[in-house]
Design a protein. Structure first.
Length: 407
């Protein structure tokens, strides 16, 4: 099949590489540097499997800036452009998805558009009403950054949503099966569960799945706060709790809060989608993340003050080791440590930031350095959302809540 993909980010590029094993795939972006990198066989994002597939596999992949041509030639257009939630306007910005929809309808109105970007519940119904000539499907994406292609080679499930209100709904049900079959064909695992449902239900799956993940992070963070406030060993409590097989010993490692590109915006979006229904938990999940960051910032501030008053350092230097959310990630979109930095800066505590992925020498008024040895030398206390063996020789300076040394 001839496929076009809008967006060469984590979602778009991993799908492009995945599907280009068996199909001709044009992959489009608006950033020329990303397309240039792809043309020379390099990945614009850090992802071991994507880098390996680009270098060593036979792929029918055409990186291009010419969106109009790519969409005109495609039977299916997969949309993987960014979406964002604006907490001030209580509004989920889907304008980059709509830009692509407009272009597809101009250049190839019969193409099936599969939306992979995360959207609010009801978005596809709205698009179907606004563009009755458009053929839309929604397929939630469940990959993790840094493991994007791996997660698509080993999908936990494939879900495709069909807008029941579309004049093409019976044709789209067939196309939904076709799209699911493309993903299945490219995956390495057999018997991946495939669910075809209404688009609105598929949108809800994505937001409820991410909100559950945020709940789980918040729950173990709250357990950790409780333990720290009472002088208890959180790791022992977590181990004891997790050995109940109904709870499990996975995804339970405390942190400074949930963060990254998806969980903060998707929980807030679900809360906005839930305004008119009776609920307590979703709002509490959003609130719990703020409370956790307040607690962590207070703990750090206490340690800085202790250093000052003990005479160990007259003006202690507080360092932040990495701005990334996860140890394998190469970006720091909405990472929780940024919330800690902001709170500490409001308390008048500046930071020295070690972040080799940041070109600038400054981050929100804080000095940034890329030399690890001098960072370790200059800091009296080092704040790290995730532990790294890089810090082993200065372990006594490190403040982290990464109890199990994993994400
Ligand atoms: N990153 C994740 O872990 C993840 C997981 C599941 C779902 N999602 C969702 O998928 C969507 C994309 O996420 P991402 O992480 O891949 O984003 P990203 O920011 O990494 O990549 C998006 C790409 O789209 C490009 N783009 C913007 N406007 C465009 C246009 N009009 N035409 C073509 N390209 C355009 C951008 O330049 C960028 O390269 C978001 O809605 C996100 O919530 C992300």
């Amino acid at each position: 099949m001839s496929i076009a993909i809008a967006g060469t980010g984590y979602v778009g590029l991993s799908l492009a590489v995945l599907l280009a094993q068996h199909n001709e795939v044009s992959v489009v972006d608006v950033v020329p540097e990303k397309i240039e990198m792809l043309k020379s066989g390099k990945s614009p994002i850090a992802d071991e499997e994507i880098e390996d597939y680009l270098a060593h596999r036979q792929l029918r992949l055409i990186p291009t800036l010419d969106a109009r041509k790519a969409y005109a030639d495609a039977e299916m257009v997969i949309i993987a452009t960014p979406t964002d939630y604006d907490p001030d306007k209580l509004f989920f910005d889907t304008s980059h998805v709509e830009e692509v929809v407009d272009l597809v309808l101009e250049s190839n109105p019969e193409a099936v558009m599969v939306i992979k970007s995360t959207v609010p519940v009801g978005c596809i119904r709205g698009l179907t009403e606004r563009y009755p000539e458009g053929r839309f499907l929604f397929s939630p994406e469940f990959l993790r950054e840094g493991r994007a292609l791996y997660d698509n080679l080993h999908p936990s499930r494939i879900i495709v949503g069909v807008p029941s209100e579309s004049p093409f709904s019976s044709e789209l049900r067939v196309q939904a099966r076709r799209f699911a079959a493309l993903l299945e064909e490219a995956a390495l695992d057999e018997a991946t569960p495939v669910l075809i449902m209404r688009a609105t239900e598929a949108e809800a799956v994505k937001l409820f799945a991410n909100t559950y993940l945020a709940l789980r992070v918040s729950y173990f963070n709250e357990l950790d706060t409780y333990a720290a406030a009472n002088g208890l060993d959180a790791s022992r409590i977590i181990e004891g709790v997790g050995l109940d097989p109904r709870i499990g010993s996975h995804y339970n490692n405390p942190s400074f809060g949930y963060g990254g590109y998806c969980l903060p915006k998707d929980t807030k979006q679900l809360l906005a989608n839930s305004r008119s229904i009776p609920q307590d938990i979703i709002g509490a999940i959003v609130e719990a993340n703020r409370t956790r960051k307040d607690f962590i910032a207070d703990e750090i501030s206490l340690r800085v003050n202790e250093l000052m008053h003990s005479g160990a350092a007259s003006r202690p230097v507080m360092g932040v080791y990495r701005l990334t959310m996860k140890s394998e990630s190469d970006n720091f979109r909405s990472s929780s440590v940024q919330g800690i930095l902001r709170r500490l800066s409001e308390k008048g505590i500046p930071a020295l930031v070690y972040e080799p992925a940041l070109a600038s020498g400054e981050f929100f008024g804080n000095e940034v350095i890329r030399d690890l040895a001098s960072f370790k030398e200059r800091c009296d206390i080092i704040v790290a959302n995730r532990w790294s063996d890089d810090l082993a020789d200065v372990a006594d300076k490190v403040y982290t809540r990464d109890l199990f040394k994993r994400d």
